[in-house]
Ligand binder design. Sequence first.
Ligand code: ZN
Length: 503
Amino acid sequence: MCYNLTDNSLCTEDKNILSVIDMNEAVKEKTAPLVIGAVIAVLVFLLLMCAVLYITGDCVLIHMPQGESLAVECGETYDDSDVKAYFKIPFTNMGLPLELSRMGYVDSTRVGTYELLYVARFMGIPHSAKRTVTVVDTTAPEIVLKTDPDYQADWLVGYVEEGYTATDAADGDLTEKVSAKRLDGAVEYTVTDEAGNKASLRREIEYQLNLPVITLNGGEKLSLCALPWYNDPGFTATDAQGNDYADYVKVEGQVDSAKAGDYEIVYSLENGHGDTVTAKRTVTVDMDDCGEVCEPEEKTIYLTFDDGPGSYTDTLLDILDAYGAKATFFVTGAYPEYARCIKRAHDAGHAIGVHTFTHWYGKIYSSEENFFQDFLAVQNLIYEQTGEYTQLYRFPGGSSNTASFVNYGIMTRLSQSLEDMGYRYFDWNVNSGDADGLTGAGSVANAIIRGCAGKNCAVVLQHDIKGFSVYAVEKVLQWGQENGYSFKALDTTSPGMHHQIVN
Ligand code: ZN
């Protein structure tokens, strides 16, 4: 600014400047209301915007990071902690948290679709958002097997189910729907739930632990000699637990005791799995090898008669007398009225031996005590008739009998005891068949002749309580004498003709 020095007034330029200043002051005074108006307008605009946004809800956000549709596994808890509500401050990224409430429920134990409504309020006006929750079952049921540590599967019966359960998160107890399929050495359990999820489990079974064993009485090899019939010594079939399978054993094979040869008998057990346990016995029938044999020059037939004396014994003694033949009588006490025949036979030079007083296999072979009680009863009978005890003996059923299995090993012990006491027991090597299906004198005579033919020494088994057998004797005597045989009574030096003891 400049001043005129003469009048101390402002110079012209400065006057102009002053006038400009005055004008600026005037402009200022005029524009201020405009600015204020503009600010107010912006604020109003913002408020209007906010009101619009607010009314349309865009200022209130319900945030669902996991989405509006959601699947939850059955049995698991539905967790909606992800859902949050905010008031969003316009044109900013900031928000104020709002309280949120939920309408609806999710039953996570049941498969299904559940609609939920989340509501947030701002200034009393509600804002909402939907979420659909689907409870799904994609998990297989669980099978649990029960086991008994002491249980062992029975080989024959097979596995007996120990039990199991099956549960499913969605369907609950599915035990009844389990299919338990028997496989070889295992059980396979399967179950499928409503949603089609399948579970399976396998149980291994050790059947072989309890394998039964078939044990053959008398052993795997038997040698028969002129037995009237083949009577199988039998068997036992047990497992380690002592279970008895004997009733389930199938026996196959036959023995023709009248025909020499090797015969195989198969004993088998089969279970439902097709497993088998077998035992085999070879029975050799040898008509010529029955213990001791006579020297060639001593062609001898020892006729022996068991189970008498009886009503035919007198006739028999007459026939033997007529041919000058001697025989041996293994006697019983069954027919006391004919006990006198023991004396008659003895006095005529025939041999008398002990057979049995009762002929009751089940009793006499049940114990040594019972055996010798029976034995002594016959000895006493013989002594009463003859004034002597005998050293000759024949086992009921022969020493190879199998009736004695009521007491294991008793035949072995008895035969030894008798020999130790000085007795001699005799079996036979020719079977007349008179207790073995033959019922005619002619057929019995033929059987004896067939059996003796070719043998230098024959011990013939007959029963003098059977008429047809007694009537067969004359033909045998004739044939024997014509063929160079002599008919002798047994004594303690005679060939034993011992059968194989199987018990
Ligand atoms: Zn007898």
